[in-house]
Design a protein. Structure first.
Length: 80
């Protein structure tokens, strides 16, 4: 992938956006991430836009619809 990703890094769909999950496994060509309220997903390397400061930012134009749907509902079950 060319990025230095670590287990526990937080996952975002946009820079400065809301955190949607965390990295659970790092492989040479993909990540396994946990999306809150949806479970584990495999993220292919090309979906990753940038990695910095413990954050993995994805390219929302590259991720598939199933992943996007899970990401959009990541915080629905939270209460104030």
């Amino acid at each position: 992938m060319g990025f230095q990703v670590q287990i526990g890094d937080q996952l975002f769909l946009e820079e400065g956006g809301e955190e949607i999950g965390a990295v659970r496994k790092v492989a040479a060509d993909h990540l396994v991430v946990y999306i809150e309220a949806a479970g584990d997903f495999t993220v292919p390397g090309p979906w990753v836009r940038s990695v910095h400061d413990g954050k993995v930012v994805l390219d929302p134009e590259k991720v598939d619809e199933t992943f996007l749907a899970a990401a959009r509902t990541a915080h629905e079950r939270e209460t104030d």
